[in-house]
Design a protein around this ligand. Structure first.
Ligand code: PBG
Length: 344
């Protein structure tokens, strides 16, 4: 027997929809036909932490799956990344000793030059990016040289122009070891122009600069600072990294770095700053744009997955897709190897 809807419902019901977006979601093949954003292994940059010693694979407790590696361990990891179709790695060095200036940062025999050479020997096709900053190398953990009371600046203030000199030496040192791209991460004013000048003066015109152009003073760097023992011993980074409240200022920072000769821009972190990625993408359509899916973003997914609260593969791929959809061409992510494998 047919069930009659009450008369009242018949008179007020909307006509059946003519436009039905669900038609395009009917099958996997149909969904694939209309998919707007594609995640590929070529989108990823894999971060590596390099430490002194031999045979070292020291797990970072707040970043499950991430290890500090000694130079002799890098070749196998580099080959694995390359075989998965990942085009680039970014290196962070842990020095043998820390001091107020961070001398190992620009030592040709230092940890990063050794690492660059090892990776180039094992996987010559891989693009090698080096992070250029002071905080992993200085005993005070700050991203620059500190004011000792002069210049009418606060005690402990990170000196801008004196720091540029160290960044120049470091960039040239990394380039001489064979780095393809240097990535200054300290948010010093004028850092891109200074590094470009130094590279060119040493005949490294072909070495690119990926600027951490828009880097926020973020709580999401916590696990990274465990990995590099790079937390500031006092104070914070708010006099150089950006205020998370600011978006217009991001465009100003990006514009300066473009004018100074940056080859790539970066926004960091990624997930709480998808709006910033989109704005930078729209304001500088001509620039390659990277986003850094930082340590805290990785740790959140790992921790939830370890508790059985999230499916790691699905959550990580969705987060990476979101970063790409927001406008990033490249994503620096600790999930790079897994994601490349999942994407198969
Ligand atoms: C500074 C640097 C940091 C990160 C990358 N480069 C730390 C900081 O600014 O305090 C963070 C990356 C991450 O959290 O994954 N050299």
């Amino acid at each position: 027997m047919m069930v009659q809807a009450p008369a009242e419902t018949q008179t007020t019901a909307a006509p059946p929809p003519v436009v039905r977006p669900r038609r395009l979601r009917l099958s996997p093949a149909m969904r694939a036909m209309v998919r707007e954003t594609h995640l590929r292994a070529e989108d990823f940059i894999y971060p590596l932490f390099v430490t002194h010693g031999r045979g070292v694979r020291q797990p970072v407790s707040s970043m499950p799956g991430v290890c500090q590696l000694s130079v002799d361990q890098l070749g196998a990891t580099a080959e694995r990344a390359a075989s998965l179709g990942i085009p680039a790695v970014i290196l962070f060095g842990l020095p043998a000793a820390k001091d107020p200036i961070g001398l190992e940062n620009f030592d040709p025999a230092g940890i990063v030059p050794q690492a660059v050479r090892a990776i180039k020997a094992a996987a010559p096709e891989l693009v090698v990016i080096t992070d250029v900053c002071l905080c992993e190398y200085t005993d005070h953990g700050h991203c620059g040289l500190l004011n000792a009371g002069a210049f009418h600046l606060p005690e402990g203030y990170v000196l801008n122009d004196a720091t540029l000199d160290i960044l120049q030496r470091t960039a040239v040192c990394h380039a001489a070891a064979g780095a393809d791209i240097v990535a200054p991460s300290g948010m010093m004013d004028g850092m891109v122009a200074a590094i470009r000048r130094a590279l060119d003066a040493h005949d490294f015109q072909h070495v690119s600069i990926m600027s951490y152009a828009v880097k926020y003073a973020s709580a999401f760097y916590g696990p990274f600072r465990d990995a590099t023992d790079g937390a500031p011993k006092f104070g914070d980074r708010k006099t150089h990294q950006m205020d998370p409240a600011n978006a217009r200022e991001a465009l100003r920072e990006a514009a300066l770095d473009v004018a100074e000769g940056a080859d790539f821009l970066m926004v960091k972190p990624a997930l709480p700053y998808l709006d910033i990625i989109r704005r930078v993408r729209d304001a500088f359509p001509e620039m390659p744009l990277a986003a850094y899916n930082v340590s805290g973003e990785y740790a959140m997914i790992k921790a939830a997955a370890a508790n059985g609260w999230l499916n790691e593969e699905q959550a990580a791929l969705e987060a990476l897709l979101g970063i790409k959809r927001a406008g990033a061409d490249l994503i620096i992510t600790y999930h790079a190897l897994d994601a490349a494998r999942w994407l198969g």
